[in-house]
Ligand binder design. Sequence first.
Ligand code: GLN
Length: 195
Amino acid sequence: MNTTKKTIGLLALQGDFAAHRKVFERLGWQTAEVRTKQELAQVDALVIPGGESTTLGKLLARIGLDTEIQERAKQGMPMFGTCAGMIMLASRVEDRPEQPTLGLMDITVARNAFGRQVESFETEIPFQESVVQGVFIRAPYVVEVTEGVEVLSKFRDKVVGVRQGNLFAIAFHPELTDDTRVHSYFAQMILESNE
Ligand code: GLN
């Protein structure tokens, strides 16, 4: 159970932030939706949910939240991106050099990388010496990591979970299962953070 006063922010411009919110509340955390700079200033960690990364990128730029998030990330704020959120954290998107991202993690991702035929699937994914259920929905994967990026999970040789310091990204959707271990991992990152 969480006993700190820290609040987890859910970027709530688009996508499945509500499902993440429920999981963190089940784990005993205080949460808040983030749509403005003022709301970002009031939280201690940020979840960037799945959704549609092109839309998310445009919305962030329009509100000017992109630069605020980059600033907080550099100060050490723990951030957790899933699926489109992983794309937003990446520095590069394969074959789409023009796509706006936050450029915070030193990774290159490929969008919709498991192929058009396979829109979504569910499979077991190794995570932290254990196995979690991974729901993949038009998911990306990581095609390039540089030194300093820790690979946390792979599926058929494809990197689907990474960590770089205070930043954590996975290609699948743990918020759509009953298994809270991936969220607990992020919660632990927040507890260990002194931002
Ligand atoms: N395919 C979406 C994108 O590229 C991501 C899908 C998701 O977040 N479930 O933005």
